[in-house]
Design a protein around this ligand. Structure first.
Ligand code: FES
Length: 140
């Protein structure tokens, strides 16, 4: 047996494993066992997903995901960045305008990407609150 065939086989196996790993993490959010999460489909057909992990009622970890365009990607990442360190109540104040400002230049015809990111973030908070993991001042 030619030893180069073995090297080639191992190399191909490593490349396939690396590609699988990249795609797995690209298509699956990284927060395991989130305290709150949501997957929302926008009117454009794009999907966004946000998973949040809380400690002491504040977001300590978040994972955004979308199958949408670069603007969608930037908006959902910005939404999670804005949520970090905040309570559920504070996160409910994050709106599409805040996300647009965080992203910077967002073409007018893609403002709906920021709206979908805000909607997904709020749905994740709803999910967190419905699980009874927090209380708001309104419910006290
Ligand atoms: Fe669909 Fe941005 S193009 S959410």
């Amino acid at each position: 047996m030619n030893p180069w065939n073995l090297v080639l086989g191992v190399g191909i196996l490593l490349i396939v494993t690396l590609v699988w790993f990249v795609f797995y993490y690209w298509f699956n959010p990284h927060v395991d066992e989130p305290d709150g999460g949501a997957r929302v489909v926008g009117n454009c057909g794009d999907v966004m997903e946000i998973r949040l992990k809380f400690e002491a009622e504040r977001v300590v970890q978040g994972s955004p995901w979308t199958n949408g365009c670069a603007h969608s990607f930037n908006c959902v990442w910005a939404a999670v960045d804005l949520a970090r360190g905040k309570t559920a109540e504070e996160i409910l104040d994050i709106d599409a305008a805040m996300i647009r400002r965080a992203v910077g230049e967002l073409p007018r015809d893609h403002w709906h990407c920021a709206s979908l990111a805000a909607e997904t973030l709020h749905a994740a908070i709803d999910n967190y609150m419905q699980a009874g993991r927090t209380t708001t001042s309104d419910s006290n």
